[in-house]
Write a protein that binds this ligand. Structure first.
Ligand SMILES: COC(=O)c1cc2cc(CO)sc2[nH]1
Length: 238
């Protein structure tokens, strides 16, 4: 899978992708991330990317030309790619959409705005507009990193051989269960006995109960289409 990121702050992306699962996936060649500085696609000596908004108002708007030039540069190889604009107005990014992106796209272009936003005409050249949540960010780069991180984790082989409980739980529509590691007793805060029992069936049931309890408490909206077994456990919790 290949990600191409358009941004005026390439270092934000380049710094993050070197670490952790992403870094390993890059080293394994499972994923490729190329970052393009929009300033390299300007035509003036000051590498200007923004200008005053038509109609007035506070702040500056990013001009279409650098985005257009960068997109045309990428499209020159005529390879298929999904162009995604990160924006607060986009459709909500979820684990399901991450799965869809991983399954359907060999290459994604992640377009990051800054300032007060970008010229609306850029949207004529993108396939999707995506938001990672209902809050204001200073730019699209963090949202682009969220998408890269969550999609790469889903690529077979990216996580190595370690199972990922987080993926499992979210894919099943729950929040994760609690995790513990040594020491067994930290200032009197003990690890739940069941996790020390070695009884894998009991441990699995305890984890499922905890995941449902967490989900009921913090994200009841996720509790849809439960299996009869999960519904039984949930009813016990209520
Ligand atoms: C100038 O600001 C942006 O380009 C910008 C992009 C995004 C994405 C958000 C949440 O998904 S908030 C936000 N702001």
């Amino acid at each position: 899978m290949k990600f191409e990121v358009l941004t005026i702050f390439p270092e934000i992306i380049e710094c993050y992708i070197k670490h952790g699962v992403l870094g390993k996936a890059l080293n394994k060649g499972i994923v490729e991330v190329k970052v393009y500085n929009l300033r390299d696609f300007t035509s003036d000596k000051h590498k200007k990317v923004d200008d005053y908004p038509y109609g007035g108002g506070a702040g500056m708007v990013m001009q279409i030309e650098p985005f257009y030039n960068a997109i045309m540069h990428l499209k020159a190889d005529e390879k298929p790619r999904k162009l995604v604009l990160l924006s607060p107005q986009g459709r909500k990014f979820t684990q399901k959409l991450a799965q869809k992106f991983m399954e359907e796209s060999k290459a994604m272009v992640l377009i990051c705005g800054r300032y007060e936003g970008i010229d609306e005409r850029v949207k004529a050249f993108v396939d999707e507009e995506v938001s990672i949540g209902d809050y204001v960010l200073s730019g699209g780069e963090l949202a682009a990193l969220v998408i890269i991180d969550s999609v790469v984790r889903l690529i077979p082989g990216a996580l190595g051989d370690e199972l990922s409980a987080v993926e499992d739980s979210f894919m099943k529509g729950f929040l994760d269960y609690p995790h513990y590691t040594r020491p067994e007793d930290f200032k009197g805060m003990k690890v739940p006995e069941v996790l020390l029992s070695g009884d894998h069936k009991k441990i699995a049931l305890w984890r499922k109960r905890q995941a449902l309890k967490n989900t009921l408490k913090n994200r009841p909206d996720l509790l849809k289409n439960l299996s009869p077994e999960d519904m039984r456990i949930l009813k016990e919790l209520c």
